[in-house]
Design a protein around this ligand. Structure first.
Ligand code: T3D
Length: 262
């Protein structure tokens, strides 16, 4: 049987590839568990400074595996609240709480929860041929895996509602122009760009990156006063780090910094 997720640990970063290409990497239980295990390994490894998440074949991820939802094969209706509680919500939380940058390299179509898992990552690069589809309304569902949150935060209600209600595909270029993702890049450049970012982060001040994520994620719900307090306390931590000492010293000595991530 196929490995639902390919986990590749490279020098100082990791590549996680969703791997059910003939099903456009749609998510079943085995894939969820393998993905979770891979993320946990990255989280626990102090030498892993960044993560690239991508998909095998022509798609990134088509969301929930609907073969496992065939109503003619299922007795009772599935409890989708329980799937979200057990799999999707912990996955989104783990990506957000990951104390190192997560780069999503969207290599092809990202539909349903697949789109919203991509949007849960810190930096989203998408190949020009990729599309983002909030496919949920086509099967009578609402956007999940944070979809209603990401769309509304990044795009505002007007675009969020139209994308969710129509399930219209959004091109990588429009996604970038609308501020939903970081960049659309040529298909053949996608992995090279993702790797360049990961290598840069892997040599960077990992702790400061983790705290930067934390601060930016808190900003959308904090008041300015709360955010200023948060910045003060996180910056205090940074100021006590070896990386800060090294960064300043390297600047003064006019040489590249040799960060250790602590
Ligand atoms: O627990 C819960 O259920 C709640 C959680 C819900 C989260 C969700 O994600 S719900 C939304 C689920 N996803 C979808 O509704 C998207 C379904 N897929 C599509 O609409 C299309 O496949 C795409 C627009 C993504 C791509 O279209 P296209 O024409 O490029 O490819 P295709 O021919 O449709 O797909 C290729 C194969 O992958 C095909 O199989 P075949 O005909 O070659 O044997 C297709 O059936 C299969 N596939 C695609 N998506 C899924 C899938 N198989 C199972 N589940 C899928 N989601």
């Amino acid at each position: 049987t196929e490995t639902p997720v390919i986990f590749e640990r490279r020098d100082f970063y990791a590549v996680i590839t969703l791997n059910r290409p003939d099903r456009l990497n749609s998510l079943n239980e085995a894939m969820h568990l393998a993905l979770r295990a891979a993320l946990e390994e990255c989280e626990a490894d102090p030498d892993c400074g960044a993560i690239i998440l991508t998909g095998a074949g022509r798609g990134f991820c088509a969301g929930q595996d609907l073969a496992g939802r065939d109503p003619t094969l299922q007795g009772e209706s599935p409890d989708l609240g329980s799937t979200l509680q057990t799999y999707y919500n912990p996955l989104v939380r783990k990506l957000r709480a990951m104390p190192k940058p997560v780069i999503c390299a969207v290599n092809g179509v990202a539909a349903g929860a697949g789109a919203n898992i991509a949007l849960s990552c810190d930096i989203v690069l998408a190949a020009h041929s990729a599309k983002f589809i909030q496919a949920f309304s086509k099967i009578g569902l609402i956007p999940d895996a944070g979809g209603t949150y990401w769309l509304t935060r990044h795009l505002g209600e007007a675009r969020a509602k139209a994308l969710a209600l129509t399930a219209a595909p959004l091109s990588a270029e429009d996604a970038a122009n609308w501020g939903l993702i970081w960049k659309a890049v040529a298909d053949e450049q996608l992995m090279a760009e993702a790797v360049a970012l990961a290598e840069g982060f892997a040599n960077g001040p990992t702790r400061a990156y983790g705290l930067t994520k934390q601060a930016i994620q808190a900003a959308s719900t904090n008041s300015l006063e709360e955010q200023l307090d948060l910045e003060r306390s996180l910056q205090q931590q940074c100021g006590w780090s070896d990386d800060y000492k090294e960064g300043v010293l390297a600047f003064l000595e006019k040489r590249p910094a040799d960060f250790r991530g602590a």
